[in-house]
Design a protein around this ligand. Structure first.
Ligand code: EPU
Length: 421
């Protein structure tokens, strides 16, 4: 396996272009199963998770190929509606094939994803929503076995859980409702831009959807969907990671081909902490030459501060004078990066689902490991500003979600490279 090596201390300067959103692409790939016709998906990032989803589409009997950012999917007439443990355990998002398979085939067997390092991650809301549409669901030998007697029927479904809305449960229920009879209302739907992007793709396929991006989505089932061509929105978490990278190094970075309107919560926190932000139509310039100020951060469903940027923000607060409190309300145990950051000299204490961050003057480079994608990104950011050399191990996790991270950061002036373990 590879590792990423960073010599800290360089200010990032220049321009970086953001890739398409991983978390938009994955459900849209699943949605392409709702027709037997070909769909073309553009601006697809070259990431390990996308390769895993391509493998899953193959194992379901669909044709799928990826070249230069464009994905072509042709499901054909005969699908084999079984998502095996091997693929689902590699990537939880595989569970979003459940809705489309059920809608098209009336039957699906999908391995239960199980927990992961960021928390328990139940799928009760997915099952509740699909059950309300008329699916008969059982758990057998670690698999969700879902059947529909005749056809799924539209319903009024409340999809809120103890931690608020769910992105992939909203996606799964939306996709299942596409070919159902009558109208479906999803209440407490996730408002994330990735849900809106999925709705845009589904509309191009011929779906009738209203209210995407708000907590109530209305769907009128149709008889047939066709293949569609769609370009994926920019990745807001990759964007946010480069914004924090500019801030943490005291640099000046222009982030291009992004969607500034998706970044309000992060822009607000960075501006409060003394970072200068200029937003253009599809660009964000992030600059810092003064001292940082401590800010408190609480993660919330969109448009609140994203949990997927919590670890990166913590790396910034780790070198910010004063005390900041970072509270995690989506995944209360998502703090795997705390112990690793502390190995680099930060002073962070956990108190329930909050991290109390006492800013230190400097971090010192160290070998570190994290088994979560965003935690690994936070360690890279800490490495950019730490004294000496940092080695981030298990790069596999970064490769799941960041396209060419070491190339993009090198071009901004960082000393960062990939090496063999
Ligand atoms: N939840 C339930 N029951 C459910 C589903 C979710 O209680 O049936 C809870 C979760 O445990 C969590 C909260 O609801 O506390 C929100 O989870 P959500 O379902 O929204 O997460 P997800 O859809 O499984 C997506 C992203 C995650 C991101 C979360 C939150 C994809 C492929 N994944 O996951 O991204 O953290 O939304 O925004 O879209 C990442 O990219 O690193 C990543 C983990």
């Amino acid at each position: 396996m590879d590792k990423i090596v960073i010599e800290g201390g360089r200010k990032l300067k220049g321009e970086v272009t953001v890739s398409g959103a991983k978390n938009s692409t994955l459900p849209i790939m699943a949605a392409s199963l709702l027709t037997d016709e070909e769909s073309i998906i553009e601006n697809v990032p070259n990431l390990k998770d996308i390769t895993t989803m391509v493998k899953l589409l193959h194992s379901l009997g669909a044709k799928a190929s990826y070249e230069n950012g464009t994905l072509t999917v042709k499901p054909g007439k005969n699908l084999k509606p079984v998502a095996p443990y091997k693929l689902v355990s590699t990537m939880r998002a595989s569970v979003c094939v459940l809705g489309p398979l059920l809608a098209r085939e009336g039957y699906a067997e999908v391995s239960l994803p199980g927990g992961c390092v960021i928390g328990a991650r139940p799928i009760d809301l997915h099952l509740k929503g699909l059950g309300a549409l008329g699916a008969d669901i059982e758990i057998q030998h670690g698999y969700i076995v879902a059947k529909v007697k005749r056809q799924l029927r539209g319903n009024d479904i409340f999809l809120g859980g103890n931690f608020g809305s769910s992105v992939l449960a909203t996606a799964n229920v939306m996709m299942a409702a596409m070919l159902a009879s009558g109208k479906t209302y999803i209440q407490n739907a996730a408002c994330e831009p990735e849900v809106v992007d999925l709705a845009q793709f589904l509309k191009k396929m011929g779906a009738k959807i209203q209210g995407e991006g708000s907590p109530q989505i209305e769907i009128e089932g149709v008889k047939h969907l066709r293949g569609a061509r769609h370009s994926i929105i920019p990745d807001r978490i990759e964007t946010g990671t480069y914004m924090v990278a500019a801030a943490v190094t005291g640099g000046d970075v222009l982030i291009k081909k992004t969607a500034p309107e998706h970044q309000n919560a992060l822009m607000d926190r960075l501006a409060q902490s003394g970072v200068r932000i200029e937003r253009g139509k599809d660009t964000i310039r992030v600059r810092r030459n003064g001292r940082l100020r401590a800010v408190d951060v609480t993660t919330l469903p969109y448009p609140g501060f994203p949990t997927d940027l919590q670890a990166q923000m913590m790396a910034l607060m780790a070198i910010t004078p004063g005390i900041s409190v970072i509270t995690e309300k989506i995944y209360p145990d998502r703090f795997i990066h705390v112990a690793e950051l502390n190995r680099m000299g930060s002073r962070i204490f956990l108190e329930g689902n909050s991290a109390i961050v006492h800013g230190v003057k400097r971090l010192s480079g160290a070998p570190v490991t994290a088994s979560d994608l965003r935690a690994s990104a936070a360690l890279v950011l800490a490495g950019l500003v730490a004294e000496g050399q940092t080695e981030v191990h298990r790069v596999y996790h970064l490769d799941r979600g960041y396209e060419k991270i070491e190339d993009k950061l090198s071009r901004l002036g960082a000393r960062i490279w990939r090496a063999k373990e």
